[in-house]
Design a protein around this ligand. Structure first.
Ligand SMILES: [Zn+2]
Length: 255
C-alpha cells in the first residue's frame, strides 16, 4: 500500500559513514531540545541517548574501514561497539578523569535498551552529568569524524541542514538553533550543565573538558563570557532560558 500521510517506504540504502553521521546529528539535536523542554528521559526518548552514540561510533568505524559485516555483527551492543572503537582509535582524550567518565556513561547507557523502552520508559535515574558527558562524548566523536576546521566553522559540527525542520527566516533566529547553541556553548565552552529544575552545575573545567570540542567562542550576552561579577544562579538560568535575549540596548540578539 502506498504511504499517504507519513511513514517509510524506502529500502534501507547502503549505509555510509556520512548517512550515519547525519542521522546521529538528528538524534543529538532531538535529545537536546527534548531535555531543554523539560521532557525527562524516562519517556521513550531516553532510548535516543544510547542510540545517538551507537550511530556516531558506527560512523567512526565505517570511516576507518572496519568491514560492514563486522559492524553488523556488533548489533546494538553499545559496550561492544565502544570497545571496537577503542581498539582502532588512539584518540582518547588527554584527561584521565574524562576518559573514565566516558567509559562510565557507556556502561550506564548500555542499561537502556530498545526492548525496554518501547512500552515503558525505564530510566530510574538521570542527572545533569548524564547530559553533560553525552554532549561531550557525542561532540568529540563528531569532531574526530569531520575534523577541526569543519567543526569550528559550523555549530560544533552541526550544519544548517541538521536544523532544517526548525527552519525560520533567518535561520539564525530559529528557536531550535538558539536552544542547541546555548546548551552547547555552556557545556563545551564553560563545562556547565543545567538540571531541568533550573539549577546550574559546573563540572571541573580542567578535568572534564577538552579543547577539541570547544570553539573558543564568546557570546555577547553570555554572563560567563562577560565575566559578570557576583554571578548567581538566576542570571545564568535567565541566559539559558531566554530564547530571544535582548541586549542592554534593547536589541534582539541574533546568535
Ligand atoms: Zn560564554
Amino acid at each position: 500500500m502506498t504511504i499517504k500521510y507519513g511513514g517509510r517506504n524506502t529500502q534501507l540504502k547502503d549505509e555510509t559513514w556520512e548517512i550515519l553521521l547525519a542521522s546521529a546529528n538528528n538524534d543529538f539535536i532531538s535529545v537536546l531540545i527534548l531535555w531543554y523542554s523539560g521532557v525527562i528521559p524516562k519517556s521513550t526518548y531516553g532510548w535516543m541517548l544510547p542510540h545517538t552514540l551507537e550511530k556516531y561510533l558506527k560512523s567512526y568505524l565505517l570511516k576507518n574501514n572496519v568491514p560492514k559485516k563486522e559492524i553488523k555483527d556488533l548489533r546494538h551492543s553499545l559496550a561492544d561497539i565502544w570497545q571496537r572503537y577503542k581498539n582502532i582509535s588512539n584518540t582518547s582524550t588527554s584527561k584521565p578523569k574524562l576518559n573514565e567518565a566516558f567509559d562510565q556513561i557507556i556502561q550506564d547507557l548500555s542499561t537502556m535498551d530498545n526492548a525496554n523502552f518501547r512500552y515503558s520508559g525505564c530510566v530510574d535515574y538521570s542527572s545533569d552529568q548524564l547530559l553533560y558527558f553525552y554532549i561531550v562524548l557525542s561532540s568529540f566523536i563528531r569532531y574526530l569524524l569531520i575534523g577541526k576546521i569543519k567543526y569550528r566553522l559550523t555549530l560544533y559540527g552541526l550544519n544548517e541542514n541538521d536544523f532544517f525542520p526548525m527552519n525560520y527566516e533567518p535561520m539564525s533566529t530559529s528557536y531550535g538553533k538558539i536552544i542547541v547553541h546555548k546548551m552547547l556553548h555552556l557545556a563545551l565552552e564553560h563545562a556547565t550543565g543545567f538540571t531541568n529544575l533550573g539549577f546550574v552545575n559546573s563540572m571541573d573545567l580542567n578535568e572534564y573538558s577538552i579543547s577539541n570540542t570547544a570553539k573558543f567562542e564568546k557570546l555577547d550576552e553570555c554572563p560567563i563570557c562577560n565575566g559578570t561579577n557576583n554571578l548567581d544562579q538566576s542570571i545564568l538560568v535567565k541566559f539559558y532560558r531566554d530564547i530571544n535575549p535582548i541586549n542592554s540596548l534593547g536589541q534582539k540578539i541574533i546568535l
